[in-house]
Design a protein around this ligand. Structure first.
Ligand code: SF4
Length: 90
């Protein structure tokens, strides 16, 4: 997730002037990320902005989907399937 820490941003204009597809000048006078990366090329573009920001205000936090982990069930009783009881004829 591309983010700009607006407390750190000094509004130098570098990111939004060089990468206007990703950053804009927000109404509060600080840079704001407007797009997330979806390709390797976009990732490289944002990384360039991260590397060039003079105050380190830009970050790209990669959020990976968690993989479900199978938890072994310990001590569970076996499942017993009972046969239906046939009705008794009289
Ligand atoms: S390069 Fe950094 S300091 Fe400059 S406007 Fe962008 S986020 Fe703000």
């Amino acid at each position: 997730m591309v983010q700009v820490d607006q407390d750190l941003c000094i509004a130098c204009g570098l990111c939004f002037s060089t990468h206007p597809d990703f950053f804009v000048l927000d109404t509060d006078g600080k840079a704001k990320a407007i797009k997330q990366v979806s390709t390797d090329e976009e990732k490289a573009t944002v990384q360039e902005a991260i590397d060039n920001c003079p105050v380190g205000a830009i970050s790209n936090i990669v959020v990976e989907e968690s993989t479900p982990v199978e938890t072994p069930i310990i001590g569970e009783a076996p499942i017993v399937i009972e046969e239906p009881v046939a009705p008794v004829a009289e």
